[in-house]
Ligand binder design. Structure first.
Ligand code: GDP
Ligand code: IMO
Ligand code: MG
Length: 486
């Protein structure tokens, strides 16, 4: 991985900028050639890339989201040239503290907070232009000059207000078991994408947007009529609004797969920022109580257009315990006063919706499952400090189903709802750990707790976070993660 020499990059970089000639995205030639330069002819050297000194890393959630990905990506982004979001939308809420200032990033990669880092919203993301512009303006008001750093994929899909309306209707329907979504229109937008009737950013900024929009709006009107839905949607007003959004967004739009692969060919490094978590992944999560995108590591490639053989490392982020927002099975959930204490100490309230997060204990079979699905090279344990006061800490090490002990996560949600957690209890440390910067300075019981997680999950712990601030994070010397960040 390190020192991998692929050769040929400088030649590729010097070739003329003609990518726009080959684009079929509907975006103007002038626009693409300005923002997404590319060579006239592809040759073997071009594809081979360039001499490479840094790693391309995926950082993603190993549980049900809110593991502290934002904090970690912000910290690591100092070492990367670009940070890319690959799935989800403004259902994500990634919190970053820089000194006294608190940022909650929803659509924009956390890397944007570092001057000079290229922030990319990839094709796998669904974008509500209103939410995006509000986020850009909010960050600008806090002194972050977003626009020069941000690029948005022309292949990303666009969320419209009627997506939210449809979601509200579906979630609120009598007799339906609600998923407890974030009500951002994420699911219905991905539905349109998969049904091949969605509108992409390339369409939004193109001259035939109105035509495509009318076709989609008619489709939605038909559904509304068929189901006798009374919610009023002013399709014309939406059209006018979206034309305005398009004006402001247009300069940020480009072929981001080309941009990212170009950076990689130049020997630059990309950090992929996952949203949600593996247990909310559309394929591998607790279906149907999941989100509608590929939150697992594979999504980083399909959601950015960077091929799998360009990825050097995959890092899972997990809390020292576990939380979940919304409905669905949660074997190690603690519904007692202890669970509430964790919620209080960990301030476990959703960063997007403010909903209280359900709290429970570190789940070994779950983590082994997400490690297998993602191929974690390293694990980052966050919020260790939240456990500081506990006398003993339960860890779910297996499940009991029909009187049998199993170590694997069942695929059936019904089965998952009835399994019982098998707990082992580890001694607590009852000492403040916040801000301790070295593993061997942690209380012995905390070190043993981490060792236990590492041994049972089979994944090396590369970093431990014990506070929300950037500097309240230790990278374990000699770990694989340390090498990946070199
Ligand atoms: P994300 O969605 O994975 O980025 O996580 P969120 O930002 O939604 O939730 C994580 C919360 O935990 C945020 O409020 C962070 O500031 C906070 N946090 C992250 N790491 C730590 C830590 O090690 N200790 C404590 N006490 N808080 C942390
Ligand atoms: P970050 O990136 C935690 C949950 C919702 C709901 C389910 C489906 O901050 O970790 P959706 O609106 O996506 O259709 O809702 O997924 N969910 C999250 N939970 N963290 C998130 O993002 C989440 N994004 C969605 O609560 O249960
Ligand atoms: Mg979050």
């Amino acid at each position: 991985m390190e020192g991998r020499s692929l050769g040929g990059g400088s030649k590729a970089a010097s070739l003329p900028r003609m990518a726009a000639l080959r684009t079929g995205t509907g975006i103007s030639r002038r626009h693409l050639s300005t923002f997404c330069p590319g060579p006239l002819r592809y040759n073997r050297e071009f594809w081979a890339g360039t001499a490479k000194s840094m790693s391309n890393l995926i950082v993603l959630g190993a549980q049900w989201g809110d593991e502290g990905k934002g904090k970690i990506v912000d910290l690591f982004s100092e070492k990367f040239h670009a940070v890319a979001r690959y799935q989800g939308g403004h259902n994500a809420g990634h919190t970053v503290y820089i000194g006294e200032r608190k940022f909650v990033l929803k659509l924009i990669p956390s890397g944007v907070l570092r001057a000079g880092v290229q922030a990319v919203i990839g094709n796998g993301v669904v974008i509500d232009p209103k939410a995006l512009l509000e986020e850009i303006h909010g960050l600008e008001a806090m002194g972050v000059d977003v626009k020069p750093q941000l690029k948005i994929s022309n292949r990303a899909h666009v969320i419209f207000p009627f997506h939210r309306t449809l979601e509200k209707i579906s979630e609120g329907r009598e007799g339906r078991i609600a998923i407890g979504t974030t009500s951002r229109g994420i699911g219905p937008c991905y539905e349109d994408k998969i049904a091949r009737r969605g509108i992409r950013v390339a369409d939004l900024v193109d001259s035939d947007f109105e035509q495509l929009y009318r076709a989609l709006a008619e489709d939605k009107q038909l559904i509304a009529d068929a189901f006798k839905l009374t919610d009023r949607v002013d399709f014309k007003e939406i059209l006018e609004q979206y034309k305005q959004y398009a004006e402001e967004i247009r300069p940020l739009v480009c072929d981001t797969q080309h941009l990212l692969n170009g950076l990689i060919r130049e020997g630059k490094s990309v950090l992929f920022e996952g949203a949600q978590g593996t247990m909310l992944d559309i394929d591998f999560g607790t279906y149907p109580f999941v989100t509608s995108s590929s939150a697992a590591a594979g999504g980083a490639c399909t959601g950015t257009g960077v091929p799998p053989n360009r990825i050097d490392g995959i890092v899972g982020v997990s809390k020292a315990y576990i939380t979940r927002v919304g409905a669905g099975p949660f074997p190690s959930e603690d519904l007692t006063e202890l669970g509430e204490e964790i919620r209080r100490r960990g301030n476990e309230f959703g960063s997007v919706t403010g909903r209280p997060r359900r709290c429970g204990w570190f789940d070994v079979p779950l983590l082994r499952y997400t490690a297998e699905v993602n191929g974690f090279d390293s694990l980052i344990i966050t919020k260790l400090d939240v456990l500081d006061e506990l006398k003993e800490i339960p860890v779910c090490v297996a499940y009991e189903v029909d009187g049998k002990v199993v170590y694997e996560m069942p695929a059936s949600t019904r089965r998952m709802e009835v399994i019982k957690p098998v707990f082992e209890r580890l001694p607590g440390w009852r000492t403040k750990t916040q801000g301790i910067a070295q593993m061997d300075k942690l209380p012995k019981a905390a070190q043993s707790y981490l060792k236990f997680l590492e041994e049972r999950t089979g994944v090396e712990i590369g970093s431990v976070s014990n506070g929300p601030e950037r500097n309240e994070t230790m990278i374990i010397p000699g770990s694989k993660l340390e090498k990946l960040l070199e």
